[in-house]
Write a protein that binds this ligand. Structure first.
Ligand code: PLP
Length: 350
């Protein structure tokens, strides 16, 4: 294509999971929550009127920033920025803190969007391989890159770096440490307090998973106000629409509802892990709402993925190093998980 920029020639855009419009599909491929959002979300949306459509939304997302700061005992709303999904915030972090040509560190494997964002920015990924049990590699601590993404718990492995390892990284890494906590509400602990403890830490969350608001696209980052101010410079003026702001605020205010849904998912996750292990998969203990089911037998993991798809059961398969023998399976409700297990049992003739 004669109009293409040189930079884009070598880049493949991020490939999101499929969103099939098939009635009765069992969709376990994009880590959505099987439960609906808090009833307060719909109520808040119903309370909006045409003025909220006619006028621009609050460009600063003031109410949501304040509510987030209060919930996590951050000194004030200037410690928080809201994005159009966390993906927006990840992109802002790269654009605010990385120069073209700089190195950006991350573990491997991890969330593959980071590499795309770096590529689009002319930055280099510096990967540090997870150890054999998907644990955090020592080498990450001696990286001199400009920014580091630590997905905690990690995707697509489900395994989490400890709080101690994360603290060490913030202390020893010379640049910005983005702690991606997209799945942390399904984990045993979190690092939101590191936003105030370390001047180089940016702790990011999404409303897409535990709050069941993937369609609304809202994410939050917390960090020192100097960092937040840099990201504010780069963002689109009105990056979060009025409906999304209202929905996220209502969801945040119903914290107990979110916790109850997350707890149900955690129970189903541990049940599904046992069932998959019983079928012969090797499944690392997950701190997220998905499981990485490693399968070295026949049919291959890719063949299983395709056969499940034919039965309208969608899971995720990544044809890349260290993941070619694995399926990433979102934890659905128990009936969805049971349907998946029954299909696998059939496919594996067990
Ligand atoms: C590790 C990780 N970080 C960030 C995101 C982005 O979430 P959002 O839907 O808020 O853009 C995802 C989404 O799947 C994710 O897996």
């Amino acid at each position: 294509m004669k109009y293409q920029r040189k930079l884009l020639a070598g880049i493949t855009g991020y490939v999101p999971g499929e969103q099939p419009e098939i009635p009765g599909v069992i969709k376990l491929n994009t880590n959505e929550n099987p439960y609906p959002p808090s009833p307060r979300v719909l109520e808040a949306l119903r309370n909006l009127d045409t003025e909220h459509i006619r006028r621009y939304p609050d460009p600063a997302c003031s109410r949501l920033r304040r509510a987030w700061a209060e919930r996590f005992n951050l000194p004030g709303p200037e410690w928080v920025i809201v994005g159009n999904g966390m993906d927006d915030l990840l992109s802002l972090a790269v654009r605010a803190f990385v120069d073209p040509g700089d190195a950006v560190a991350a573990t491997y494997p991890t969330y593959s969007l980071y590499e795309v964002l770096c590529g689009l920015h002319g930055a280099r990924m510096e990967y540090h391989d997870l150890d054999d049990r998907f644990g955090t590699p020592e080498s990450l601590l001696s990286s001199r890159a400009r920014l580091c993404f630590l997905t905690r718990p990690n995707a697509p492995t489900g395994v989490s770096a400890t709080r101690e390892e994360t603290a060490q990284l913030c202390e020893r890494f010379p640049g910005i440490v983005v702690i991606d906590e997209a799945y942390v509400d399904f984990a045993d602990d979190h690092c939101m307090d590191y936003a105030a403890r370390y001047e180089n830490a940016l702790v990011m969350r999404t409303f897409s998973k535990s709050f069941s608001l993937a369609g609304m696209r809202v994410g939050v980052a917390a960090g020192h106000p100097d960092l937040i101010a840099e990201m504010m410079k780069v963002k689109d003026s009105y990056n979060v629409n009025a409906f999304s702001q209202a929905a996220a605020l209502a969801a945040l205010e119903d914290w107990a509802y979110m916790r109850a849904c997350a707890e149900r998912v955690r129970i189903s996750r541990d049940r599904l892990r046992e069932q998959l292990t019983g079928l012969g998969f090797s499944v690392p203990r997950s701190q997220t709402n998905f499981l990485l089911a490693v399968w070295d037998g026949r049919p291959s993991a890719r063949e299983l993925f395709e056969a499940l798809r034919e039965r309208n059961i969608f899971v995720r398969y990544f044809p890349v190093r260290r993941l070619e023998n694995a399926l990433r399976i979102t934890v659905g409700d128990d009936s969805q998980c049971d349907a998946l297990v029954a299909a696998l049992r059939d496919l594996l003739c067990k």
